[in-house]
Design a protein around this ligand. Structure first.
Ligand code: UTP
Length: 289
């Protein structure tokens, strides 16, 4: 079945990014010249998805407004002859159909995804975390859809991480079925040292079969009182095949202060108009480090 819907959860509290995220959603913090969430929506659009379901919460309306049509702003820009800017603003509101679903309490990523069950319906869908950026030649979501077209089963995107960092991630173990693809056999949420020797960490891109909703609905709150997606993924992986895919590209955790800074540098270096000057500046200041 063709994948047409993407779920983007943005309802989290963003505590790692306080105080910046107190009044501004962390997904609206700027990477060079646009908010993090716009890169993610652009990845979805470039991957051929037709509809986005945003999982929002109180205080996140700036995200919905960013993708809305702003009649007043466009009228003023037109009147001032700022046609290029006006077109760019209008382009953002025309990117894709977006519907919003409210997560009334921040009960975890699993719960956020579960709230979209009626809007997604009985079809496979993509999930992209609203603070996870991937810089790649082919959009990460498109790479995953290409694999899905072959296997028609759930897929989690993975990257290799240093072994002393595995306790910060969901980690998968399994059998390698081809270059960059592992059939998932076991999964650990933030494992303590010694629990696994695998360095395959799940990042914020998933393709899920709709069965996940029924599984999520039956899951009891785990770590931190939250409904953990990893618990549901493991149950799903026991019922039918699930694959872990080592995507081509670099992932940045823009919901973390250091990850955010790294993302700014990486995206700025590749920026079409600012990149060259920025690279020159970085080289100059690096001499003094
Ligand atoms: P994170 O754990 O990175 O986000 O969740 P968080 O909870 O906002 O941040 P911290 O840890 O307090 O700093 C990954 C994604 O899942 C969403 C977040 O918005 C983020 O995009 N999320 C998380 C929800 O939508 N609802 C939740 O209950 C939890």
């Amino acid at each position: 079945m063709k994948i047409t819907k993407a779920v983007i959860p943005v309802a989290g509290l963003g505590t790692r990014f306080l105080p910046a995220s107190k009044a501004i959603p962390k997904e609206m913090l700027t990477i060079v010249d646009r908010p993090t969430i716009q890169y993610i929506v652009e990845e979805v659009v470039a991957s051929g998805i037709e509809e986005i379901i945003l999982v929002t919460s109180e205080g996140k309306s700036a995200i919905e407004n960013h993708f809305d049509y702003d009649f007043e702003l466009e009228t003023v820009l037109k009147a001032k002859g700022k046609d290029v800017l006006c077109e760019e603003i209008s382009h953002i509101s025309n990117l894709i159909d977006i519907v919003s679903v409210r997560q009334k309490k921040p009960l975890g990523l699993g719960h956020a995804i579960w709230t979209t069950r009626k809007v997604v319906g009985n079809q496979p869908f993509v999930v992209l975390l609203g603070d996870d950026l991937v810089l790649s030649d082919t959009p990460c979501t498109q790479q995953m859809i290409e694999l899905y077209d072959d296997c028609q089963e759930s897929i989690v995107a993975i990257q290799r991480v240093p072994l002393d960092q595995t306790s910060q991630y969901g980690i998968v173990e399994g059998e390698r079925v081809r270059e960059g693809v592992v059939r998932v056999e076991r999964m650990f949420e933030k494992p303590k040292p010694g629990v696994t020797t695998s360095d395959l960490a799940i990042i914020g891109r998933y393709i899920l079969q709709p069965e996940i909703f029924e599984i999520l609905g039956g899951i009891q709150p785990g770590h931190g009182g939250e409904i953990q997606l990893t618990d549901a993924l493991l149950t799903l992986a026991h019922r039918r095949p699930m694959y872990a895919y080592e995507f081509k590209g670099t992932r940045y955790d823009a919901g973390d202060k250091l990850g955010y800074l790294k993302a700014i540098i990486a995206f700025a270096l590749r920026h079409p108009t600012l990149g060259k000057e920025f690279r020159k500046h970085i080289k100059e200041i690096c001499v003094d480090l």
